[in-house]
Design a protein around this ligand. Structure first.
Ligand SMILES: Cc1ncc(COP(=O)(O)O)c(C=O)c1O
Length: 397
């Protein structure tokens, strides 16, 4: 079950991908004067940088690799602590651990994003970075997070994987911290099957990030500069087929986001007066992606009853998005003495157990959005989903 971009795969994607296939040249580097080289990844990077108004964009093979590159660029080393939210995705914790760092969990707030007040409590002399995750398309309280980071001299790596197209106070997410990492997997706002984009506004990080995607090479226009690499890298490159696919999707992104916002409003307005139902805080109502409508109940029991009747689950049951569902992560956190029990994060548990994610654009039972609407839903279908939700709420009130 996919995200909104996947629902809109059409002729534009076919045309872009066929352009590469027919050229017979699927590698991302090439000579700009060679007509066989279609420059899809290069064009995608420049268009995504222009769209987000970031100075640099580096295309990668996944959102996970953008996080790993960012943490490496921020010089996260063995024993360094990185503050991450209790609700997000396994990739954010894994990237820290793979560099030898220690993920330090922080509570979420009413927005389901990282709670700035709790971040402050988790800072120690070993803290080196904060990784806010803009969960379910809703930007975090970046004003408060940046204030803390600046006061304490911490790097900020924004995990924007669930928030491509989102803004906060008129600026695209990913531009507030030192780095922003985006994902193009099939559950995201736009997709190319898999892929990622790292954005940054700092010259030294832009060059480093590019080198990290390809054995440390330096960039020269659409190609690489064959000069002694300044740092070791890996191969996190995007290829031309993915770049072509992503380019067509990117050009649809403004329309995808505006459509989701319109449909979410219709859905939300239609259920706003259901008994005992409230909604999560949206820090910037003009900036969220509107991929998901999160509803909250007064008690856990009622949330569980409603979820069961709608054939879905409460958010605490959404697998590798919630810290306490990841046994491997818990074992690791216990081994390094980091708090990770239910009792350490009572607010997270309470909020997630009382919440259900309704789909607006991302239809993914893994995220808890098995019930709701999708980007193509008609007004009648939205009304029908709202009516069903209302009926279940009334029967459990
Ligand atoms: C919050 C978050 N971070 C990181 C990732 C990893 O992205 P990818 O699957 O592109 O590696 C995801 C993907 O689901 C995510 O939701």
């Amino acid at each position: 079950m996919p995200g909104p971009g996947a629902y809109w795969i059409g002729e534009e994607e076919k045309r872009e991908v066929m352009d590469v296939l027919e050229s017979g040249y699927p590698f991302r580097y090439g000579d700009l004067s060679d007509s066989k080289y279609k420059q899809k990844v290069y064009t995608f990077e420049r268009e995504f940088a222009a769209y987000t108004e970031a100075k640099y964009c580096v295309a990668t093979n996944s959102g996970t690799s953008t996080l790993l590159i960012s943490l490496k660029a921020a010089d996260i080393q063995h024993g360094d602590e990185v503050i991450v939210p209790t609700y997000g995705f396994i990739a954010s914790y894994g990237a820290v651990i793979f560099l030898g760092g220690a993920p330090v969990l922080a509570e979420i707030d009413e927005s389901l994003c990282m709670d700035p007040q709790d971040i402050e409590k988790r800072i120690t002399p070993k803290t080196k970075a904060i990784m806010p995750v803009h969960v379910l398309g809703n930007p975090c309280d970046m004003d408060a997070i940046l204030e803390i980071a600046q006061k304490k001299g911490l790097a900020v790596i924004e995990d924007c994987c669930q928030a491509c197209g989102g803004t906060y106070r008129g600026k695209h997410v990913g531009n507030f911290g030192d780095f922003g990492g985006f994902s193009l997997n099939v559950f995201k706002t736009i997709t190319s099957g898999d892929g990622g984009m790292l954005i940054t506004n700092k010259d030294e990080y832009g060059e480093f990030a590019f080198g990290m995607t390809d054995q440390g090479y330096k960039r020269k226009e659409a190609s690489v500069q064959i000069a002694p690499p300044s740092n070791l890298g890996f191969n996190f490159r995007m290829n031309e087929l993915t770049g072509a696919f992503a380019l067509a999707q990117l050009r649809k992104l403004p329309r995808i986001v505006s459509t989701l916002r319109r449909k979410k409003k219709l859905f939300k307005d239609a259920i706003a007066d259901c008994p005992g139902v409230s909604f999560r805080t949206i820090h910037d109502p003009n900036g969220e992606c509107a991929t998901v409508l999160n509803v909250r109940f007064e008690t856990r029991e009622r949330a569980a009853q409603v979820a069961e009747k709608l054939k879905t689950v409460t958010v605490d049951h959404t697998g590798w998005h919630v810290y306490f569902n990841m046994d491997h992560l818990l074992r690791h956190l216990q081994s390094i003495g980091q708090p990770c029990s239910h009792a350490d994060f009572p607010r997270t548990e309470d909020l997630l157990k009382r919440s259900i994610n309704l789909s607006v654009g991302v239809v993914d039972p893994g995220l808890g959005t098995a019930f709701g609407i999708n980007i193509n839903s008609t007004e009648e279908e939205i009304e029908a989903a709202a009516a069903r939700f209302r009926q279940v709420c009334e029967s459990t009130a």
